[in-house]
Ligand binder design. Structure first.
Ligand code: NAD
Length: 347
């Protein structure tokens, strides 16, 4: 079986030199599109495999892999191939394309122990959470840690994190390492313990809805809960220097947790990094892929922060893909549709 890795329309790449050797050990023939890894710090000479231009690579390969499906363009060009990518932007889009290929959406990897090593959402979320704080630190006209000097004292910055899942917890850990005072909100009871274990405060709000069958994800909250949560969070936001929002609910638009009237009352110079921007955003003023400045508050809508850490993101992503491929392909053939991981991801 021959696997071809496309050059993406961004800096990440779905094959790194170290994963290439793992494929070779399993007997796969691997091809790379020319310069696919250059922007992530993996130049062509680091890959011990044949490199081709896009069309030749597609023609030679049985399996085509890329990070984001927007790279693929016309799916019809890939008829009768196995295509592996993050198809979330396509599957969220109501206008679905018809394709004769077998498509596997890596964003649909189930949240089970066995599938953890294939879970691209977790890998990328961790990096996004870290980068959200680094980005906020760059934009904020303040330093994070407390400092006492002969010229006066500097107070530590106050950070509020909304959504303490994979990205939120990494944001909390990074902000704590930089010396910030951190508070966080999440409707999942499990998140409370994790927030406290990182040395942050948990914003208590009664009446959250949880569903044990939701596979670890949060479910849609009642209007009453969201109202109480907004009240509690708003009090903190007036004092906050940095806010990172990551709140998502599978299958729904992201909840709006920060209204315009709350931003009106935030301190000029403060920063909101909205990681949930691609699914609507957690702040009423967020615009996906844009920085909005409202009364001196910077609102950054960016769900693609992992791409800004392309070297490490590609390393984790390529390992996730390798683990997925070695699970679904055995002896050169796809395993049966009864497998949970394969069934979940097949479009
Ligand atoms: P996610 O990206 O879907 O959501 C981000 C966070 O937003 C979640 O913590 C969610 O609870 C929170 N949220 C939803 N509504 C909110 C609201 N109104 N206010 C504040 N926060 C809100 O989720 P995620 O970060 O990818 O994962 C959530 C959890 O799933 C993880 O913390 C982990 O426990 C679990 N998980 C398990 C596996 C596995 O077992 N393989 C893999 C990844 C994650």
């Amino acid at each position: 079986m021959q696997i071809g890795f496309l050059k993406d329309n961004e800096s990440r790449v779905s094959l790194t030199p170290s994963t290439l050797s793992k494929y070779k050990k399993l007997g796969y023939k691997v091809y790379l599109e020319k310069n696919a890894g250059t922007l992530a710090g993996y130049p062509d000479e680091n890959y011990d495999c044949s490199k081709f231009l896009k069309n030749d690579l597609i023609e030679k390969s049985d399996v085509i892999v890329c990070v984001e499906c927007s790279t693929i363009g016309d799916l019809k060009k890939l008829d009768n191939k196995i295509v592996i990518s993050n198809f979330s932007s396509l599957t969220n889009n109501k206008k679905k394309e018809k394709s004769k290929s077998i498509l596997f959406d890596l964003s649909k990897i189930p949240r089970t122990t066995i599938a953890q090593s294939m879970d691209i959402l977790s890998s990328m979320s961790g990096l996004s959470g870290y980068k959200s704080i680094i980005k906020a630190a760059e934009l904020l006209p303040k330093m994070f840690p407390m400092m006492i000097t002969a010229a006066g004292s500097i107070k530590p910055v106050k950070v509020v994190v909304l959504g303490a899942g994979v990205a939120g917890l990494q944001a909390i850990a990074t902000a704590k390492r930089l010396g910030a005072l951190v508070e966080a909100s999440d409707p999942r009871e499990a998140a409370k313990e994790e927030v406290l274990s990182l040395g942050a405060k948990f914003i208590e709000v009664e009446g959250a809805v949880e569903d044990k069958d939701a596979g670890g994800y949060a479910v849609k909250q009642t209007k009453e809960y969201l109202y109480k949560q907004k009240e509690e969070v708003s009090k903190r936001l007036k004092e906050a220097d940095v806010v990172v929002t990551t709140a998502q609910v599978v299958g729904s638009k992201s909840p709006v947790l920060i209204s315009k009237s709350v931003v009106d009352e935030m301190k000029p110079g403060s920063v909101i990094i909205d990681i949930a921007s691609s699914t609507g955003g957690n702040c009423e003023l967020t615009k996906d892929n844009k920085i909005v400045v409202h009364k001196g508050v910077n609102i950054v809508g960016n769900s693609y922060l992992a791409s800004e850490l392309a070297h490490d993101a590609s390393n984790l992503f390529s390992n996730n893909v390798f683990n997925f491929i070695s699970h679904i392909i055995k002896d050169g053939k796809l395993i049966g549709d009864e497998d949970d991981i394969l069934k979940n991801c097949k479009i």
